[in-house]
Design a protein around this ligand. Sequence first.
Ligand code: ADP
Ligand code: MG
Length: 218
Amino acid sequence: MGLGVEWAVDWLKLSAKAMAEHRVELIEMDRAIGDSDHGENMDRGFQAVVQKLEEAPPETPGAALKVAAMTLMSKVGGAAGPLYGTAYLRAATSLGDLTDVDAGAMAEALAAARDGVVARGKAEPGDKTMIDAWTPAVDAARNAAATGGPLDVLEAAAQAAEAGATATDPLVARKGRASYLGERSAGHRDPGAASSALILRAAVDAASSPGSAGTGPE
Ligand code: ADP
Ligand code: MG
């Protein structure tokens, strides 16, 4: 059995919760190597996503992710809004009209999201961006899809993203605002990689405890 629209809506709601809970932490990370707005941007953007989902409940996982894409693109300024917007839009397109997302479709949706961020931002692995969370996540997701179900895919992706975000600490930024600092960007975690890991962890939580975001009959 795959994951349906309740999962997708829960994922976005739990992402919003995570952005609110980690708002200050993400602000502090961005203060060190950027302009302090990442936590604020992500919190505001995801609260708007939740509001849109409540106004017009989507019928498929792809439709839910499309709402996230459109809302984040219009509500979140800076680099992250368009990057996450593109990620959700590509993932939505990859899922199409599927009502039940199996392991293979899940891994390919995550790959499409990552490819969207790369197409938009042109970052490579090691540039100290969210790509350093997404790329290992996609590799792990594809490996997990060969043998496991969609929850295994998400768990593998979240774990790899968390390790990838931690691994940005020593890197020197080569893309985005942090790159203006040059060598001084080393010794700090990339905020976009950290928020990406939180978002992928929320996907696991939505799949492992249905209804935990206050949606659905459970
Ligand atoms: P801004 O840098 O405009 O203030 P945010 O603070 O919201 O925007 O987001 C910063 C994050 O965006 C960075 O931590 C990094 O992960 C990500 N980022 C910036 N530029 C790029 C890029 N070209 N490709 C991928 N990710 C990027
Ligand atoms: Mg910023």
